[in-house]
Design a protein around this ligand. Structure first.
Ligand code: 13P
Ligand code: ZN
Length: 269
């Protein structure tokens, strides 16, 4: 079967990057079964051939109106599809959708009628927010990192910026490469509009947000950058847990050292 990627090398490269990251998520142990999802806004790289494609699905309601997404195109992981399968066959385990002119429904246009992720309300709300705020970010990832999710089972870590400061203080790179820290979103039902709403509110302040006892969402310029931020935070969580399992409380970098880093790297917070 012919793929729309064949005549569009730029789009093919972006989808290949999603597949590469999907493989990393599986290797990390963050993507059990169908766990996690990735979407990228591909509107900028859509050609006339794709624009003229007839829908291969019915119109499906998103459940919310997202005015900035009218006519936009997204590559989305399919619901119930495995990251480890997507890593090898991205167009069989994901699809390209077009947002309809009513801004509240979508149709699948290529390659196969694979229904998009159940977290579509959250993903599309994030993309709608990013466009509305003038951001150039195009990628959104949701994944289930074991260490970071485990930390949300401690109520002390759920208070604003407690986890951010703890993770920043484990290794200088985390503050430098995830400079906005980790936002916390109280538990809400997976795939719910309530979760989508809370996610978007938190994105005003953070690039990575934690869904309590579930997983993280990260946004970035591209899928690799979004992945890197989660990977960096997870590294800090592992350093913390390794120290704890050696029987001591890690000291963490001092407030003075953290401030020094902020100034030296011109960091936002
Ligand atoms: P999907 O298979 O629908 O993408 O769901 C996975 C998931 O992680 C839900 O939160
Ligand atoms: Zn999930």
């Amino acid at each position: 079967m012919k793929s729309v990627l064949e005549n569009n090398p730029v789009l093919a490269k972006q989808v290949a990057e999603v597949a590469e990251v999907a493989g990393y998520l599986w290797q990390k142990g963050w993507a059990e079964r169908n766990g996690g999802n990735i979407t990228i806004n591909i509107t900028d790289v859509i050609d006339d051939e794709i624009r003229s494609l007839k829908p291969i699905s019915d119109k499906v309601q998103i459940g919310i109106c997202l005015p900035n997404l009218k006519g936009c195109y997204f590559y989305c992981k399919g619901t119930n599809k495995r990251m480890r399968d997507l890593a090898r066959w991205p167009m069989e385990n994901g699809s390209i959708i077009r947002i309809c002119s009513d801004c509240s429904s979508y149709e699948i246009v290529a390659d196969q009628p694979v229904p998009p992720t159940s977290e579509l309300p959250s993903h599309l709300s994030m993309h709608n927010y990013l466009i509305g705020s003038g951001s150039s970010y195009k990628a959104a990832i949701h994944t289930h990192p074991i260490d970071l999710v485990a930390m949300t089972h401690n109520p002390a870590f759920l208070k604003k910026d407690v986890l951010t400061n703890l993770l920043w203080s484990m290794i200088p790179e985390t503050r430098a490469f995830c400079p906005k820290g980790l936002g916390i979103i109280p538990y809400a039902l997976p795939s719910s509009l309530e979760l989508a709403d809370a996610t978007v509110k938190e994105l005003a302040e953070y690039d990575v947000v934690m869904w309590e006892k579930h997983g993280v969402c990260a946004v970035g310029e591209n899928v690799m950058e979004a992945f890197d931020m989660v990977d960096t935070l997870s590294k800090s969580a592992q350093i913390y847990m390794t120290a704890k399992s050696m029987g001591f409380e890690p000291t963490g970098m001092s407030a003075v050292k953290m401030e020094e880093l902020k100034v030296a790297f011109n960091l936002p917070k």
